[in-house]
Design a protein around this ligand. Structure first.
Ligand code: OGA
Ligand code: CA
Ligand code: FE2
Length: 461
């Protein structure tokens, strides 16, 4: 049984022989904030003396809104850091389609759900091939049928014979052309960049705040992915998707270092899946119009059927933003926190929570900046511990190198002080600058690198 509010599980650390690096605070349990009920408010005190209100927006999954989580200065700073980066990627049409799978699905009998020997538009839409990162709604189906005159008798339903006239390659081609013509069909229309949490004091402080907010062990927050900053222009959006993957045999992508795979290597979706236990999303600016974050099925899944019956796709947020059960308005400094996974019986990460389906609606006016602070947890607890140790070891190695370097610098400075007292002040300054620079260069390299953008290819509902 999976439970949404699994109890915290405290495992004695001595069970594992290789956990000597884990601090006593890193108990292996995964707390989650209790939503209590919609509208419930809890307060949180920050180190800076500010008090924040955590407001419950949904219970299934638990979704919270925290206004002024970031200050205006912090928001502007993150945007400036992102703008200064040269590593932006665009998500438009990417990835290959699994043609064999799509061809197998393209089958009259499979499509005829109500067994009336006819395919109506909804039934045809279900069997039509999909391209990754594309979202063709059922509204486009009549256009396809008419364009190639497949519906000979014009009754808006296809007989088996009429269906047989459809060439699957023509269908693929049509979808491809449609995507090129209409950006609305692209799953994610934005650009994004990854920032290293350890590269900067402001970003570093966000990690501390996330520990206070989520009450997750520091070791969980420290092994999480880097901060992803995304920018949408007018028409930009992110249709319905999950931030994480279903539990299966694949390993967690964010722990692939344990297999000797560098974080710079492309994401191999056959071997790895996303393991994002929670999402903390920041709005970095005020959007003039649009750009809401929608949770189509939060707290109640039945709405999706309603929209599909009405001829739409609940995940199509260009057309169905306001049909979502929960719609969150962007506001500079606001944070939204939700859990993408259930708990398993041990209180560790369970399967993906189907209610966590969400996306970003079209920007109508202005631009939208967000940042995703994903909290990744390896579903394999032992791998999680190994990853924590790996990072900790590296961190300590770096700290030691820094110390040794600083010591050498001090010694040299002392010597010079003895030999050339008149130049002392000037030299000290130089050394300090050099030290700063050097220290920055010695931050863990792995932390500087984000995941490949391909990790967003998913539209699983
Ligand atoms: C995301 C996401 C929603 C939004 O980036 O994964 O869901 O409102 N964004 O931009
Ligand atoms: Ca039918
Ligand atoms: Fe998302």
């Amino acid at each position: 049984m999976e439970s949404r509010f699994g109890n915290a599980l405290l495992l004695p650390l001595t069970v594992f022989t290789f956990v000597h690096l884990i601090n006593s605070e890193d108990f292996l349990h995964l707390p989650r904030l209790n939503p209590v009920s919609i509208g419930h408010e809890q307060t949180m005190h920050l180190e800076s003396g500010r008090t924040l209100t955590i407001k419950t927006l949904a219970v299934n999954p638990p979704i919270f809104e925290i206004e002024d989580y970031l200050t205006n200065i912090e928001c502007d700073h993150i945007i400036a850091l992102a703008m200064a980066s040269s590593k932006w990627t665009e998500s438009t049409i990417k990835g290959k389609v699994d043609k064999d799978k799509e061809i197998r699905k393209f089958n009259f009998t499979q499509g005829d759900k109500n067994n009336d020997n006819l395919l109506d538009h909804l039934e045809l839409w279900y069997v039509m091939p999909r391209l990754q990162n594309s979202l063709i709604t059922i509204k486009s189906i009549p256009e396809f049928v008419q364009l190639y005159n497949y519906d000979v008798d014009g009754d808006e339903k296809l007989t088996n014979e009429e269906f047989d006239r459809i060439d699957i390659n023509v269908a693929f081609q049509w979808i491809e052309n449609k995507m090129k013509k209409d950006k609305k069909n692209v799953i994610r229309l934005s650009k994004q960049v990854w920032l290293n949490h350890d590269s900067d004091e402001v970003l570093r402080s966000l990690k501390t705040r996330v520990v206070s907010l989520t009450r997750l062990p520091k070791g969980v927050v420290d092994t999480s992915e880097q901060l992803q900053v995304a920018q949408y222009d007018v028409g930009g959006h992110y249709h319905g998707h999950f931030d994480t993957s279903k539990l299966d045999k694949r390993k967690c992508l964010h722990s692939r270092e344990l297999d000797g795979i560098k974080l710079t290597e492309p994401y191999d979706a056959v071997k790895y899946r996303l393991c994002r236990y929670a999402t903390l999303m920041y709005y970095l600016n005020d959007v003039d119009e649009g750009g809401e974050t929608a949770f189509p099925v939060a707290d109640n899944a039945t709405v999706s059927e309603k929209v599909i019956r009405a001829g739409g796709n609940i995940g199509d947020l260009s057309n169905h933003c306001t049909d979502a059960n929960l719609v969150v308005k962007p506001k500079k400094g606001k944070a939204v926190l939700w859990y993408n996974h259930l708990h398993n019986k041990d209180g560790w990460v369970g399967d993906k929570d189907p209610f966590s389906y969400h996306g970003g609606c079209d920007i109508v006016k202005g631009v939208k900046w967000i940042a995703n602070h994903w909290i990744t947890v390896d579903t394999d607890k032992q791998r999680h511990i190994r990853l924590m140790n790996l990072r900790e070891k590296r961190y300590r190695g770096v700290e030691r190198a820094k110390q040794e370097y600083n010591q050498k610098q001090e010694e040299q400075a002392m010597k010079q002080k003895e030999t050339q007292p008149q130049q002392q002040e000037q030299r000290k300054k130089q050394h300090q600058n050099l030290r700063k620079h050097h220290n920055n260069q010695h931050l863990p390299q792995s932390e500087l690198i984000g995941l490949e953008d391909k990790s967003y290819i998913r539209n699983e509902l």
